[in-house]
Design a protein around this ligand. Structure first.
Ligand SMILES: [Zn+2]
Ligand SMILES: [Zn+2]
Length: 101
């Protein structure tokens, strides 16, 4: 099946954007049946909001991320997204490390 570039309108900002043949093919291989509703800029903006790296305000305070404690190897949850190269500690080790300072 051949794909052709399509023009779609963003439901957020109303801008016209291209849903390229490549993207359509990608969508099909992923099994997505819906066309994208938002332009790439709005999609990025929403993604940034969801992961809370756009600053404060949007992130729900309850959201926890799974992590592995760098000290004891126990599985834990932290209220921020763990970054590579940045150690994450479980609450016990975190307390221990803070006390030993
Ligand atoms: Zn948009
Ligand atoms: Zn630990």
């Amino acid at each position: 099946m051949d794909f052709e570039d399509k023009s779609l309108q963003c439901s957020d900002c109303g801008a016209t954007f291209t849903f390229s043949a490549e993207e359509q093919e990608f969508f099909q291989t992923k099994g997505y049946t819906n066309e994208p509703k938002r332009c790439p800029a709005c999609r990025e903006a929403r993604k940034a909001q969801r992961y809370g790296n756009s600053g404060s305000g949007y992130r729900s305070p309850r959201q926890m991320f799974p992590a592995v404690c760098a000290e004891c190897g126990k599985e834990t949850e932290v209220p921020f997204e763990p970054r590579e190269g940045r150690p994450v500690y479980c609450s016990d080790c975190y307390r221990k490390i803070n006390l030993s300072r």
